[in-house]
Design a protein around this ligand. Structure first.
Ligand code: DAH
Length: 342
């Protein structure tokens, strides 16, 4: 009998510990403490014992019951004060801070550039990331076996056209937007486009398979190299301050003639020479040139009537220079330790 009581006491104690709300407490009450409950039944059996045993067991049973009751009341009280009716809400307490997300550093620079160019009357253009070989290469003066294809390691999509050629690529540059935009809007046109581009690169701190470029173009009557220089100078001053100068040196790009690079005074050392500009005082930021007549023609624009210029640059590099980021792979890493810094 004593053993039975002890067993029940253990069972009740462990059950009480699992009681997590008022409803479970009521179930517990019914199962163990009510008149027909397990404890009550066992207590009733005590009166059938012999006199000595009854005295001894009775005492033990009473203390057991008291202990269980105390614990039960304690829990009951806890639920009662914790319940909504007795809860006191201090409405003057400051709320829990909700963490706000924020824009990715690439998006920040994208917005900055879009604001700058729209203030100059440029419209914002868009184009697909999965591009046809025609827009990404052919229309930009890079025919099938032109060695210029080697400049951009390309992801070809594993699907052949009727002629048995792979003609879908993940765009390697935003330049195809030039063709699409001129086809759609015609000349004259001023526009920019920011987006992702893809290259089959072996990745390292300076190379990434997916990165961002901005493309710009302006097509109109009598636009000259001087107009391009003027616009790009202004861009440099807006990005890096009024003292910024532009230096241009000839560079080959198949879709422009003449083609050039664009270097700005290093904003870190103001042209004095530092580690970032490799002690040259200049940062090479962009590629540009006068749009090749063949490219205008491929877009349905008459090169006898219109001329234009185009330029492109990598956004990741701009951001890396601005914030001193030394590994391009961080941008796509999703690593909060990196992202939370902006
Ligand atoms: N698409 C070129 C690249 O990815 C950048 C570029 C160079 C764009 C010259 C242009 C341009 O519009 O005129 O390297």
């Amino acid at each position: 009998m004593k053993n039975k009581l002890q067993q029940l006491k253990d069972e009740i104690s462990s059950q009480l510990n699992t009681v997590a709300n008022n409803e479970l407490l009521r179930d517990f009450e019914n199962k163990y403490l009510s008149r027909k409950g397990k404890l009550g039944k066992l207590m009733k059996e005590i009166k059938d014992l012999g006199e000595d045993a009854r005295k001894e067991i009775g005492q033990f049973a009473n203390t057991t019951k008291q202990e269980i009751n105390a614990k039960y009341l304690e829990i009951k009280k806890k639920f009662a004060t914790g319940g909504p009716k007795n809860e006191f809400i201090d409405v003057t307490l400051p709320g829990n801070n909700v963490k706000h997300g924020h824009l990715h550093p690439i998006t920040l620079i994208q917005k900055e550039l879009e604001e700058l160019f729209t203030s100059l009357g440029f419209i914002i253009l868009d184009g697909p990331e999965l591009e046809s070989d025609f827009y990404n290469f052919e229309a930009l003066n890079v025919s099938k076996h032109h060695p210029a294809r080697d400049m951009q390691d390309t992801f070809y999509v594993d699907k052949k056209n009727e002629a048995g050629e792979y003609d879908l690529v993940m765009r390697t540059q935003t330049s195809p937007v030039q063709i699409r935009a001129l086809e759609k809007h015609g000349a004259p046109l001023r526009g920019i486009s920011v987006g992702r581009v893809f290259r089959s690169e072996a990745t390292d701190v300076r190379h990434e398979h997916t990165f961002y470029q901005m493309e710009g173009l302006m097509v109109g009557e009598k636009l000259s190299f001087a107009d391009m220089k003027g616009v790009l100078e202004l861009v440099g001053k807006k990005l890096y301050g009024p003292e910024t100068e532009l230096r241009m040196r000839p560079k080959f790009y198949p879709f422009v003639e003449p083609g050039s690079n664009g270097e700005y005074t290093c904003f870190l050392c103001a042209g004095q020479g530092c580690r970032v500009c490799k002690h040259s005082g200049w940062l090479e930021i962009l590629g540009c040139g006068m749009i090749h007549p063949d490219v205008l023609r491929a877009s349905g624009v008459d090169p006898e009537k219109y001329t234009g210029f185009a330029f492109g640059f990598g956004l990741n590099r701009l951001v890396m220079l601005k914030y001193g980021i030394d590994d391009i792979r961080l941008f796509n890493s999703g690593d909060m330790r990196f992202l939370a810094q902006f």
